[in-house]
Design a protein around this ligand. Sequence first.
Ligand code: FAD
Length: 297
Amino acid sequence: MGKRTGRLRRLPELECLFPGTLKEAVSLLSKHDGRARLIAGGTDLLLKMKYRDLTPRILIDLSGIEDLHALTYSREKGLVIGAMVTLAGVRDSSLVKKHCPILEETVGQMASEQVRNMGTMVGNLCNAVPSADSAPPLIALGASLKLVGPKSSRTVLVEDFFKGPGQTVLNPKEIVKEIQIPRGRGEKGTYIKHTLRREMDLAVVGVAVCLASNSKKDTCKDIRISLGAVAPVPMRAKRAEGVLRGKKFSEGLIEDAALAASEEAKPIEDIRASAEYRKEMVRVLTKRAIRSSIQQL
Ligand SMILES: Cc1cc2nc3c(=O)[nH]c(=O)nc-3n(C[C@H](O)[C@H](O)[C@H](O)COP(=O)(O)OP(=O)(O)OC[C@H]3O[C@@H](n4cnc5c(N)ncnc54)[C@H](O)[C@@H]3O)c2cc1C
């Protein structure tokens, strides 16, 4: 997905490696430094290879690593989504439906069933396009990624993971093991994606909101707003959050927060929409997403 320069060609001859453990995968990545690429579902990678945007000589297939297929929930760790859990696997999980329904709603707006059956949520983040649909809801949920390298591992917030279009903080010897979503404290959330076509289209704008209220449900205890496709990286609209946090919900404040989000967005103009249109859509969708999240409280 994204801007293409060449034409679609057959894949060249490749070596494919099939590690059985994450440790083995990390060591293969180090051994073949610069020549190898990790493959999960391949829905982004194989297309890039066919266009010769990427030309790895070796593929390290993560599908045989059992631990990476796990999706679990515990009170201490919250929801943990392994790197090989497919988009359909996330959508269909009863744990996701119960603890993070915003992710079910998000996957329902992504790609096609064939792509959802192959593509992973972690692959969607690692591909790092500004319109990646998984990013805004995960940022709004306060999610982190566990990165494992040859000598150590580290945890990075999804909101700090992206450096620019197609670029992340992941170093070439690291593998993303899992997405970690902290246990919620009653937050409710919504992801709204605006596309030009009804199906199978990238977001022109994506807005995710997660919020929590007091027990009377009339005051905003906490809120996170995240925007996709309106800046070089998926971003948080922190000024907009500040408009509502700690205040009584009111139509006027919702309008003010939505306006602040649209002012914070830094969209580009491209073939799919003007920057002005994107900013206006941020305002409209942020308002809708906040209202919908409040209705769920
Ligand atoms: C027809 C079509 C429609 C689509 N529609 C949408 C859409 O609506 N919304 C949307 O957001 N996306 C869409 N996509 C993009 C794509 O499906 C997703 O980005 C997908 O989730 C990528 O996951 P994957 O497992 O296929 O990744 P892969 O293609 O296997 O990998 C993608 C990149 O991530 C790296 N990688 C994978 N796993 C790891 C790991 N564990 N650690 C480190 N690096 C890793 C790979 O090396 C590669 O660079 C669409 C794609 C197609 C072909």
